[in-house]
Structure formats: C-alpha cells, structure tokens
Design a protein around this ligand. Sequence first.
Ligand code: BTN
Length: 277
Amino acid sequence: MSFPPEIGLTAEALNRFLVTSVLGRPALEFHETIDSTNLRARELALAGGQEGTLVAAERQTQGRGRLGRAWHSPPGLNLYFSLILRPPLSPEHTTCLTLAAGLGAAEAIERITKRRPDIKWPNDLLISGRKICGILSEMEVRAGRADFVILGLGLNVNLGPEHLPPEIASLAGSLLIATGRPWDRAQLLAALLNGIEGAYFDLVRGRRAAILSRYREHCVTLGSMVEVAQGTTRRRGRAVDIDESGGLIVESLDDGRRITVDAGEVTLIKPTPLENP
Ligand code: BTN
C-alpha cells in the first residue's frame, strides 16, 4: 500500500474506518495546531462536553506527558488526541481504565500492523524496546465520583529517526521505525478508537478480570526488578502481578513482603530503552 504519509486527518477519512458507538461520535475537533489536546478536551468537559467527544491535532505546542514531562509533537507525522470519558466508576477504579485503554490501543496496533506492542506498566507501549505510544489520563473528581476523565494518547506513526530530538533518540520509536513503512493515520486513529471503546465497555460492564488477564499477557514489567520510592524510603523488588484495581504488586528483595504501588513510585532498575522518554 502506498499513500502520502502526511495524509490529512479528516472526519471523512476517520469515518471510513470507525465502528464505535460512543468514542468519536458526539463531537469531533481537528486542530492544525493546539497547545495540548488534553487541555482542550478538559475545557470542553467542564463546559458539559459529552462522553466520547474527540479532540485531535496535527501538532501540539505544549504536548504533555506523564510525570510532568513534555510530549514531542511535531506536525503531520503522528497521532495526538484526547477523549472525554464519563465512566460510571469510583475514582479508585480509574487506574484500570487507563490500563484498559493501553490494552485496547496495543491490540488495535497489532490488528493493523501485525506487530504486537509490549506494555510497560501502567501504559507505555513499546515495540523492540522503543516507546511508540503514551497515554495521559487526567481525572476530575466531584463529590467522590469521577466526574470525567480525559484520556489523551500520543502514537508515533510516521516519525523517522531524523525527527527524534537527541534526548529521546535512543528511547523512542514509531511504527515507521518498527516496520519500515508508513501507515495511514486515519485508519490507525479509527482502529485505536474501536479498540479502546471495546476495552472500555468491557471494563464498565464488569469484565475487569478479563481485561486484566489480557493486560498481563502484554505487560513486560511483570518479572522485572523495580525500585519503589515511597516518601524518603527506597526499596527494591520484583514486579510480580497486577492487582484487581490495576496497581502493580512488588515483592520486596529484603523480606519478600508484597506491596502495591502507584505509577509515580516505580522505576525499572536497569534503565533500558523501556524507560519513559
Ligand atoms: C506519556 O508520558 O507517556 C503520556 C503521553 C501522552 C501524550 C498525549 S498526546 C495527546 C494528549 N495531549 C497531551 O498533551 N498529551 C496527550
């Protein structure tokens, strides 16, 4: 298949492949340039934007990553988008929501490219050890309930090695780098929305155990040595499982005790290309 890699992202192109019932349905915004699709989606959600509203951009000037990092967002090559979700879940179950989105995205990428991404807990997707996709989910809580969640996803699609800034050149990858060919971004965006919706519906309809079991099959963190920083204490251990809320269970090297940790507390001990760029 051959097509210009800079093929425009339009609602028409997206709709050729989209089979969702909610995601991308109530409202769609495509921006040439935006600060961050997460910020825009949050603005829309605060103004009452419906579940499934999609904000996508060709380029972000302040693309945001997890843990306060920036997300490299050059124009015309990749996918940057955010969704408004209004999950009927208590805030403690929203980690599972992020895991489900990562799983849905990984399965969608495999369906299209026939390459199976690994998931680094909680939701970095990697191919051949290089990060190709990241998810930033931001929750707004009201009266003890998740009022809405903004689920933002960046996927490096047709980014070549020449587009990577030196600080992430050895860590980041793209579908082009992994497969040696360009990919149709509209088709991928639709596949991601289709896949994420499937996993999201499974989760909210009570099939969390099935989601977690598929997630574990992709998760390369399980079995790895990690360092856990809690307050001023640092402990080393082996990541042994994911609990039913999506937390990582780590077995301490010192005394074999098991603790469940949050994403911000964990680093893989041998920083490999798996580390978050
Ligand atoms: C990570 O650090 O791994 C998460 C990266 C998330 C990036 C996406 S790009 C679209 C959306 N808008 C943002 O500003 N961030 C997310």
